[in-house]
Ligand binder design. Structure first.
Ligand code: ADP
Length: 262
């Protein structure tokens, strides 16, 4: 609590009483701590690839370049680290953009079904590389009110995760279902799943159930935080069902009518 006091004076300037104001600053403190954690996380995430880039550059300059095989191996690691930095910076920019107050949805009529078919084309190669079956269950068009660019991003982030956290020979299933008011996108995988107590946490910025695994495939830990913001901006909601070792299902619901800006 923040406490402030002021005397109440009568017309002869005599003290008649005191006003004491207790100001609950829990929310402000919480916000401040979140901001500090965020800065610490970003710094750490940026520091790791930069340290590695500098280390490999120094080793190459110190003479490792003479061994052509080693040189190639180092350069490949450096490229990978550079790409990691790039995705991290892109995700951070995206998150800061959508978290800004002026972020507004460009409302239009969007067919979830058409958008999904289009997005799936990008993932064919990635899925094939792990021999993961991408199964698109035919169904509704799911025309909703939304911003197609943003909904596309939601789909990309969810499918990227479904493929990343599913071992080889697994299956990722996608479908659209609708009723009169809403339509939902369902992304289901036969992957590693998420423990129940971790489910609310996966939408936090930089939270990963398994840091090493997430980094290995180039994850930034920001994908689901971005998804959450975008879905909320659409007035929609997210539901996750998961069983460790069996798989996860992410269901995103969109409204058919635009949600008025606050
Ligand atoms: P990342 O870049 O690490 O994937 P996300 O914000 O997209 O970051 O996801 C946060 C964490 O949630 C992941 O690190 C992973 O532990 C978990 N997760 C997300 N999607 C899935 C999924 N389909 N199956 C299992 N775990 C998942």
């Amino acid at each position: 609590f923040d406490v402030s006091c002021a005397p109440i004076l009568n017309k002869h300037k005599k003290v008649r009483g005191i006003v004491v104001v207790f100001h609950d600053i829990t929310a402000i403190k919480k916000l401040e701590n979140m901001r500090k954690d965020f800065v610490a996380n970003v710094s750490h995430e940026l520091k790791t690839p930069v340290t590695s880039l500098i280390g490999f550059t120094e080793t190459l300059l110190d003479g490792a370049r003479e061994d052509k095989e080693l040189e190639k191996q180092f350069l490949q690691i450096m490229l990978h680290e550079g790409q990691r930095l790039q995705s991290l910076i892109m995700d951070l920019l995206e998150l800061s953009k959508i978290e800004r107050e002026h972020f507004a949805i460009q409302w239009a009529q969007v067919s979830l079904g058409d958008l999904l078919d289009n997005v799936l084309l990008i993932f064919k190669e990635k899925a094939d590389a792990k021999n993961i079956k991408l199964v698109r269950i035919p169904g509704d068009k799911g025309v909703v009110a939304g911003d197609s660019f943003r909904i596309r991003q939601i789909m990309i982030n969810l499918i990227t995760n479904a493929i990343a956290y599913t071992p080889e020979n697994g299956t990722v299933t996608l479908s659209i279902q609708e009723n009169q008011q809403e339509a939902e996108l369902v992304v289901s995988d036969t992957g590693m799943g998420i423990e129940k107590d971790q489910i609310p946490r996966i939408f936090e910025r930089f939270y990963r159930v398994d840091k090493a695994r997430s980094r290995d495939f180039g994850g930034t830990g920001l994908g689901l935080a971005i998804v959450k913001h975008l879905v909320e901006a659409h007035g929609g909601n997210i539901h996750v069902k998961s069983e460790p070792g069996k798989g996860s299902t992410f269901t995103i619901t969109f409204k058919k009518k635009p949600v008025l800006d606050k």
